[in-house]
Design a protein around this ligand. Structure first.
Ligand SMILES: C[S@@+](CC[C@H](N)C(=O)[O-])C[C@H]1O[C@@H](n2cnc3c(N)ncnc32)[C@H](O)[C@@H]1O
Length: 199
């Protein structure tokens, strides 16, 4: 179940990259605009652009990722922007959360069909009563590399899994066509935005 090859891939990628992306996801920026800052955990935080953005907006942030090298970058980025945040090196497929959070963010953490329901169920366990879950992802598209296409699922499928988790209510499930930018390029994608709450 635990894919050490992917973990190694991310660690090598984060260690190699000396110029991390610092722009937060624009879908996230818009979505959190109206939410009063509280505690948030960013699951699969990568190099930390979203986590550091939220910390700068007054959120008490915990960045969570299984790649220790990514977490190192998050810590460096936070220090360079003069914000504090907590970090956890952990695997979302088996981590036992000791705390719950007002906001749980999962952005661009795509796992295959065998792991996706467990990832989303464990993610939901981090959510405090009345808290908000924001899932942002990308739909699979024609021409996507076959070696990783099965890690991507359409909005309806992700919403279907989240909607079946006990105590979780979907508030919004949207597909947003947009241009997404990243270091060295940009591409047109259908983004997934799911917002849910713990009732
Ligand atoms: C595509 S990056 C997304 C990073 C960031 N959230 C963003 O939106 O830019 C996926 C991240 O998920 C992390 N990840 C993948 N599988 C994970 C798992 N099972 N547990 C924790 N983190 C995981 C990777 O290490 C990587 O940092």
């Amino acid at each position: 179940m635990h894919d050490t090859t992917m973990k190694q891939f991310w660690n090598e990628e984060f260690k190699r990259n000396k110029d991390p992306w610092t722009e937060p996801d624009e879908v996230l920026v818009k979505e959190v605009e109206g939410i009063k800052p509280g505690t948030v955990i960013d699951i699969g935080s990568g190099e930390g652009a979203n986590a550091v953005y939220l910390a700068r907006k007054g959120w008490q942030v915990t960045a969570f990722d299984y790649a220790a090298e990514g977490i190192k970058t998050v810590e460096k980025m936070a220090a360079s922007k003069n914000v504090e945040l907590k970090t956890i090196v952990g695997d979302i497929l088996d981590y036992q959360f000791k705390e719950s959070y007002d906001l749980v963010l999962v952005a661009h953490l795509h796992l295959g069909p065998d792991e996706r329901p467990l990832m989303l169920a464990n993610t939901a366990k981090a959510l405090a009563p009345g808290g908000t879950l924001i899932f942002i992802g990308v739909e699979p598209y024609e021409g996507m590399d076959a070696s990783y296409k099965d890690q991507f699922a359409p909005t309806d499928e992700i919403a279907g899994i989240i909607g079946k988790i006990a105590g979780i209510k979907i508030e919004k499930a949207e597909t947003i066509h947009r241009v997404i930018s990243y270091p060295g390029g940009s591409e047109e994608v259908d983004s997934i935005l799911i917002r849910a709450t713990r009732i």
